[in-house]
Design a protein around this ligand. Structure first.
Ligand code: KG4
Ligand code: ZN
Length: 321
């Protein structure tokens, strides 16, 4: 089996996946609470926490799978993009695990990792498909031709969809990370109470920064009690605007490319309204594998070339794609 490690942002994760895509264990140690008091991820704090958590999450994954280090055939790790210090902890740890047993190492791109959350059993999606990747750092429409080969059809020109959720949540006085909070609150609100327009940019690109500004205008003059009273309507209307922008673009891209399958992955793919708004038969990343995890990294590794020992000892991480 393949041991996967993921440390690109604020989740320290380890997973064990078999060559045929069965998920044997997936452990995610989230640092959310550590960063919440700062309203976002503090890179230096994240790196230090990864260092403390990386060995324990591997140990826990092995326990969950009732396996030992000797059962591992290869080590996969997120190489980038992400926070460089955080990535380096994962890459250095993966090298150490692999080196100690002379195992091969497989560096994995984080974005390909998200797409690969679709390849695990029982979903076991097979390309070609059109994929929306919507997370805290990225919003992209991908034309996936083969498991590890895709072209980018469109992407955000400013904020990522998850970032729009997080910034909106902040304006509404909700805790970080805000996507899941807005999702929850929106269920009690009226999505038609406010009309928040989303900029329609040409082609298949996205833009979310104007939306955030309209929420700012709608909230900044509200006295606290009034904001409290209208919060769920604001959340529902704001979420509706983001979901509409995403689902309209998926449908448009599918029409243009003639794709017969559409898929959604990434943290925002956990959003209940987005999941419900997609065409029947859409490939939805399993809920537990939408936000960052190592199962998707080990899954991708199954389709990527291995670096034999000791070729990978000088491997570096990359911050930007
Ligand atoms: O994929 P991910 O864990 O990290 C990145 O690679 O960026 O995505 C995190 C993002 C955050 O912005 C978070 O607010 C958003 O995904 N998110 C959600 C939901 N759950 C997480 N957004 C909307 N609805 C949700 N249920
Ligand atoms: Zn991610």
């Amino acid at each position: 089996m393949i041991l996967g490690l993921e440390t690109s942002c604020d989740e320290t994760a380890a997973a064990l996946v078999t060559a045929d895509g069965r998920l044997l264990a997936s452990i995610v140690a989230t640092q959310t609470e550590l960063h919440a008091q700062y309203g976002g991820v503090v890179p230096e704090i994240a790196s230090r926490r990864h260092l403390e958590l990386v060995a324990p999450v591997v140990r826990e994954a092995l326990q969950q799978a009732r396996a030992g280090l000797d059962d591992i055939r290869a080590v996969a790790v997120t190489q980038g993009p992400g926070l460089i210090g955080a990535l380096l902890v994962g890459v250095a740890s993966a090298k150490a695990f692999a080196w100690a047993r002379r195992l091969p190492l497989i560096p994995v791109d984080h974005l390909l990792g998200h797409v690969s959350s679709l390849y695990l059993q029982p979903l076991a999606a097979e390309p070609p498909f059109l994929c929306l990747l919507a997370s805290g750092g990225h919003t992209m429409l991908l034309d996936v031709q083969e498991p590890t080969r895709y072209t980018v059809l469109g992407q955000t020109l400013d904020d990522a969809a998850g970032e729009a959720f997080d910034k909106g949540a902040r304006l509404l006085g909700l805790a970080y990370p805000g996507g899941v909070e807005i999702d929850r609150l929106a269920r009690q609100g009226d999505p038609e109470a406010y009309s928040f327009p989303v900029a329609r940019v040409p082609g298949l690109d996205f833009s979310f920064s104007g939306l955030k500004t309209s929420l700012l205008y709608a909230t900044r003059d509200l006295p606290p009690a009034e904001l409290e009273r209208r919060r769920s309507d604001l959340a529902a209307s704001y979420q509706r605007a983001i979901v509409r922008a995403l689902s309209e673009r998926i449908v448009l891209a599918a029409e243009r490319t003639g794709a017969s399958q559409v898929a959604v992955v990434g943290g925002v793919a956990a959003n209940s309204e987005l999941r419900a708004s997609l065409p029947a038969g859409a490939l939805l990343a399993p809920l537990a594998l939408c936000t960052d995890n190592a199962a998707m990294i080990a899954s991708a590794a199954r389709f990527l070339p291995e670096l034999p020992y000791p070729q990978y000892l000088s491997l570096d991480a990359y911050a930007a794609a």
